[in-house]
Ligand binder design. Structure first.
Ligand code: HEC
Ligand code: HEC
Length: 235
């Protein structure tokens, strides 16, 4: 993990070569399975692809302030590891990996979410995607040699991002309303229940806007009296 963007040479993906004479050169292709046999690609196992650290190479980055400037990151990220902020010089532009790590570090060893990696939510087969073979191989490739696997270990080549499916399980919404004389007092709370990082995450310009409207039994909007409103830029 580092704070540099995954561009401009900050990460390099090395593919080792193996040769038996000029004609037998093979370039290894790495992945998370230790039992694949794909000769032309010299498919090989690398434990890196099973970890969240692999994703951090692109989904963790900061702008590093210069000329001794720092900012008070504790106001926004009170629970984070100070080292990740490089003494206040690092201003997050994508903090997804650190957000995930803080969540994981805070879980007890026997918590059901302990050890849940990026891959488990974003590259795993899920019930809603049935039938899963469609996401694994296409056309004639389905008749080629294959290995029986536990569906939990099958990774479709499909990244489920902020889709309706993901968002539907990401948060709980609770609404509490009580009538006081001729006023309706409404309290709404959103709990980040199942996204393995902050909600929303990813690039900094993503926002989550909660719009609450109230109507009477005839469908007429009630007059808004006080409380927070959606700013102009969110309308
Ligand atoms: C080599 C850089 C790189 C690596 C490594 C990487 N990503 Fe990404 N990821 C990107 C880029 C760039 C985008 C934006 C692509 C776009 O918008 O078209 C993206 C987009 C995404 C999205 C949003 C997809 C959507 O629907 O818009 C998710 C979710 C995601 N990545 C998760 C992961 C996970 C999980 C891993 C590790 C298994 C990972 N990424 C590894 C560069 C990377
Ligand atoms: C427990 C499940 C879970 C885990 C673990 C998880 N995510 Fe997510 N992720 C979600 C959900 C749900 C969303 C949709 C909410 C949102 O957009 O912020 C999401 C959204 C995202 C997005 C924004 C997608 C977009 O369309 O812009 C990115 C990027 C992303 N995750 C990357 C990661 C990376 C990298 C990791 C590991 C360091 C990770 N996620 C771990 C559930 C998870």
């Amino acid at each position: 993990m580092n704070n540099r963007p995954g561009v401009d040479g900050a990460i390099s993906l090395n593919r080792q070569e193996m040769g038996m004479g000029m004609m037998m050169r093979r370039v290894f292709a790495f992945g998370p399975y230790d039992d694949t046999v794909a000769m032309p690609m010299a498919a090989s196992y690398s434990s890196l692809y099973e970890t969240s650290e692999f994703c951090s190479s692109c989904h963790q980055e900061a702008r590093i302030l210069e000329n001794g400037q720092t900012w008070d990151y504790r106001k926004v990220y009170p629970d984070d590891d100070p080292e990740a902020f490089e003494g206040g010089r690092a201003v997050p532009t994508q903090w997804t990996y650190q957000e995930w790590k803080v969540w994981q570090d805070g879980l007890a060893a026997d918590h059901p979410d302990k050890g849940r990696r990026c891959q488990d939510c974003h590259t795993n087969w899920r019930k809603e995607m049935l039938p899963y073979y469609k996401f694994v191989v296409d056309g004639a490739a389905q008749e080629m040699m294959g290995v029986q696997r536990d569906p939990q270990t099958i990774h479709p080549h499909h990244f489920e991002g902020a889709t309706e499916k993901q968002l539907g399980t990401a948060a709980y919404l609770e609404i509490d309303a009580a009538q006081e004389d001729d006023e309706l007092i409404v309290t709404v709370s959103v709990t980040n229940a199942n996204s393995g990082h902050r909600l929303p995450t990813g690039i900094w310009m993503r926002n989550l806007i909660l719009l609450v409207t109230a109507q009477d039994e005839n469908g007429n909007s009630l007059k808004f009296l006080r409380g927070e409103t959606v700013p102009d830029w969110g309308a």
